[in-house]
Design a protein around this ligand. Structure first.
Ligand code: PMT
Length: 400
């Protein structure tokens, strides 16, 4: 999840920063608010603490980190200052760091967006414009104020840009490094276990490595990630994990979460059949060899293909041991998915359990691509590049 420091300065427009904060959090961004002393004259830190991803910081000293400005500056993917007052712009241009916000601005290599807001006379003052030119020359992004009503009833240039525009600009700037910002991706992983009795199950060799790699890479690309998994593989902090065991549990979890997802990636090895009448007590060896009658499970991927809404992407994996392209293409069409990632699970270095994989990617538009042997993280990055292209960047989406 991308981390954004939201700097708030002392101006009447500080109340609009609350809306910026809420919009960014809603877009799946981790927001760390930093308030100047002036900002707190207009809006309390508690308001931001309640809405942001972590409590608002107000001071260089006395917080949880020994050196908060370097911590914030080094961990930020972007810093946005809204509203940015004439004083803040002057200090930033001059390299003065006498409070937490200005020190953080000097302690970061992340992109910085400033959103000035002040009275027209101040906005047009040569000192302010020269400071902005200096900041622009140094690569700082500036979202110019709008014309409109200002404090005290005056009308003119200097009103803070609309919070929706500020949030959009943050997402646009993040898109370069985090192209899935604001997107929700549901990933499944691992092999399902279908109970025979309370101690035995029908299962398969899936370790969950492929699905967990997809979840971890999707998170790094900025997505909000829900991982529905049967496996106990490492997963990055920030991924929402839903633990399931059987095909039915996986079906229920996927269906409950897929409606609002931008993409669903089914890397799990879901059982096609399950025991029809699992015993509720341990089957005794002394009772002889049991006859286990199987019944089909619900095909989750096919259900997703049927329920797919415009703009949503559904990705399947095809585990094949022969005629890879042919069988995968048949599944692509039958399950009505947008992309099928076919892997040859009979290869010793690909498919189940190992750390590497190679795949043929078949898209619904008829195009295809083939990868070399890759680590599962590398293959995850290839699959997610297709997702990024399909979705068309953050919060945009293909034409529907
Ligand atoms: O977990 P690892 O050890 O890392 O191994 C990775 C993997 C080999 C499991 C993975 O790369 C893979 O191929 N996953 C799909 C396995 C599979 O079930 O393939 P399939 O061809 O039987 O099914 C096709 C698709 O339908 C899959 O996306 C599957 O999730 C889905 N399916 C199948 C049956 C069912 N009842 N519901 C489904 O949704």
């Amino acid at each position: 999840m991308p981390r954004v420091v939201l700097g708030v300065c002392g101006g009447i427009a500080a109340y609009k920063a609350v809306e910026v904060c809420r919009r960014l959090v809603d877009a799946g961004i981790h927001v760390a608010p930093v308030l100047t002393d002036g900002a707190q004259e207009f809006v309390g830190a508690l308001t931001f603490s309640a809405l942001a991803s972590e409590p608002a910081r107000t001071s260089l000293f006395g917080g949880p980190e020994p050196i908060p400005h370097t911590y914030l500056g080094q961990t930020a993917d972007l810093i946005v200052v809204a509203p940015a007052t004439a004083k803040l712009l002057g200090k930033y241009a001059a390299g003065i760091s006498d409070d937490l916000l200005t020190a953080t601005l000097l302690a970061t290599r992340a992109p910085v967006l400033v959103c000035p807001a002040m009275h027209t006379e101040m906005w047009e003052h040569p000192a302010v414009q020269e400071n902005l030119s200096t900041l622009r020359r140094r690569g700082v992004h500036v979202l110019d104020p709008e014309e409109g009503r200002l404090a005290g009833g005056d009308v003119g240039a200097g009103r803070l840009a609309d919070p929706a525009r500020i949030a959009d600009e943050v997402l646009r700037l993040l898109a370069g490094v985090h192209p899935l910002t604001g997107r929700t991706i549901v990933v499944t992983a691992g092999g399902t276990r279908e109970a025979v009795d309370p101690v035995r199950y029908v299962g398969n060799r899936s370790s969950g490595k492929m699905g967990h790699a997809l979840a971890n890479v999707a998170l790094r690309l900025g997505a909000r990630v829900v991982l529905i998994t049967t496996a106990n593989q490492p997963v990055a902090a920030g991924v929402e994990v839903v633990a399931v065991e059987s095909a039915q549990e996986m079906h229920d979890a996927v269906m409950a979460r897929s409606a609002s997802a931008d993409a669903v990636i089914m890397a799990a090895a879901v059982a096609d059949f399950r025991p029809k009448a699992p015993s509720d007590h341990k089957i005794k060896k002394a009772d002889g060899v049991p006859e286990i009658v199987l019944e089909p499970t619900t095909d989750i991927l096919a259900a997703l293909g049927r329920a797919k809404r415009p703009g949503q992407m559904v990705v399947g994996f095809a585990a094949e041991t022969e005629r890879l392209r042919e069988h995968a293409a048949a599944k692509l069409a039958a399950k009505r998915v947008d992309l099928m990632v076919a892997n040859d699970v009979s290869a010793a270095d690909a498919g189940f359990e190992v750390d590497t994989n190679r795949a043929v990617l078949l898209a619904a538009d008829g195009s295809s691509a083939e990868t070399q042997l890759l680590t599962k993280e590398e293959l995850a990055a290839v699959v997610l590049a297709h997702v990024v292209t399909y979705l068309g960047g953050p919060l945009g989406g293909p034409s529907t």
